[in-house]
Design a protein around this ligand. Structure first.
Ligand SMILES: [Zn+2]
Length: 341
């Protein structure tokens, strides 16, 4: 039997799609057979050195440092348009129209699948279009909705270009969730980066050839970016706490690296959003995170009685040897008010 399949993957706005993490052709995974792909960045709509160009390169660099042997290479495209069937993988900001007009972004992926007397498969082209119908920002995502995070959507679309499909919404933040903000960013700086399960997915397609040590924390706990919160002992969200009383702080820890790590999360109350070891310490949690693991947990603590009545930030930091990235600490999005009895 012969057949050739052209797959188009659309994303990201509100379409609910449940799919496997990747496509197959016969018994083979659909992927780039070369273990690399050259991305042609459109310098007409993303001028070289401008915010869109720089953000795109930043996200490409994130995917290139996940421990898999796959590599995105970068070239420039200087015309004003793109072509879904020219064999060239192009990234452009352009108007999506018709049935695609509502999507924030789209990846038009073309794969070949031929089974029979000989098997031929593989991705041959994957154009990424960032929809110019929407307002974009190159600033990190902080939960706002007046402009969409270019980094988060580019992160998701590059996952498609690599061969990853949507996964259904679960408990862990995941870049390949179909809905914006696609699992959200990590760390104090709200960095858009491939999340734990997505990185493992890439290493399944393109086996790992290097070791990466990288653990991270997030203020978000689900694909729809629900904030972690402070809870009372009845598990109700609270924003006003009393000194001397017990509460719980929800947290999310992610292993973005290539091997199991034993991690410690330290919890703090801070007068500012920048959580550091000099803030008021309120305990720790220690556990193992296997490769690609995400832990959504909660830590029980008692508000120290020596804190003055006022607003505070509350947050956490994660530690493991050999990890020097800046995604290791974060404060919850919402401040809490602490009162002395
Ligand atoms: Zn998508």
């Amino acid at each position: 039997m012969k057949n050739i399949i052209y797959i188009i993957v659309l994303s990201v706005f509100s379409l609910k799609v449940n799919a496997a993490a990747y496509s197959t052709c016969g018994s083979n995974i659909q992927k780039w057979r070369t273990d690399y792909a050259t991305l042609h960045l459109n310098s007409h709509t993303m001028p070289i050195g401008g915010v869109w160009d720089l953000k795109t390169r930043e996200i490409i660099n994130q995917w290139n440092n996940d421990g898999s042997k796959f590599e995105f290479r970068i070239a420039q495209d200087t015309d004003t348009t793109y072509n879904k069937t020219n064999g060239k993988t192009e990234i452009i900001i352009a108007k999506l129209s018709g049935s695609d007009g509502a999507f924030l972004g789209a990846t038009y992926k073309r794969s070949v699948c031929f089974t029979g007397w000989v098997n031929v498969w593989g991705i041959v082209e994957a154009d990424i279009v960032m929809n110019s119908n929407y307002p974009w920002t190159s600033a990190p995502y902080e939960g706002e909705a007046d402009a969409y995070s270019f980094g988060l959507v580019m992160n998701h679309e590059l996952g498609h270009a690599l061969g990853l499909n949507h996964i259904s919404i679960g408990l862990e933040p995941n870049t390949m969730y179909p809905n914006y903000p696609n699992g959200g960013p990590v760390g104090h700086y709200n960095q858009a980066t491939p999340l734990a399960d997505d990185r493992l997915g890439l290493r399944i397609l393109y086996p790992k050839n290097s070791t990466v040590t990288d653990v991270a924390v997030s203020r978000y706990k689900k694909g729809t970016a629900f904030n972690n919160s402070v809870l009372n002992m009845s598990d109700q969200k609270v924003s006003s706490l009393l000194t001397g009383f017990p509460y719980k702080i929800e947290y999310t820890a992610l292993n973005l690296g290539t091997q199991e790590e034993n991690v410690t999360i330290n919890f703090y109350i801070s007068s500012n959003s920048y959580i550091s070891h000099s803030d008021t310490y309120i305990g720790k949690e220690t556990f193992n995170l296997r490769e690609s693991d995400v832990k959504n947990g909660s830590h029980e603590f008692t508000v120290p009685t020596n804190l003055a009545s006022r607003n505070y930030f509350i947050g956490y930091s994660i530690n493991v040897d050999g990890d020097n990235t800046n995604n290791d600490f974060v404060s919850l999005a919402d401040q809490v008010n602490i009162n002395t009895l």
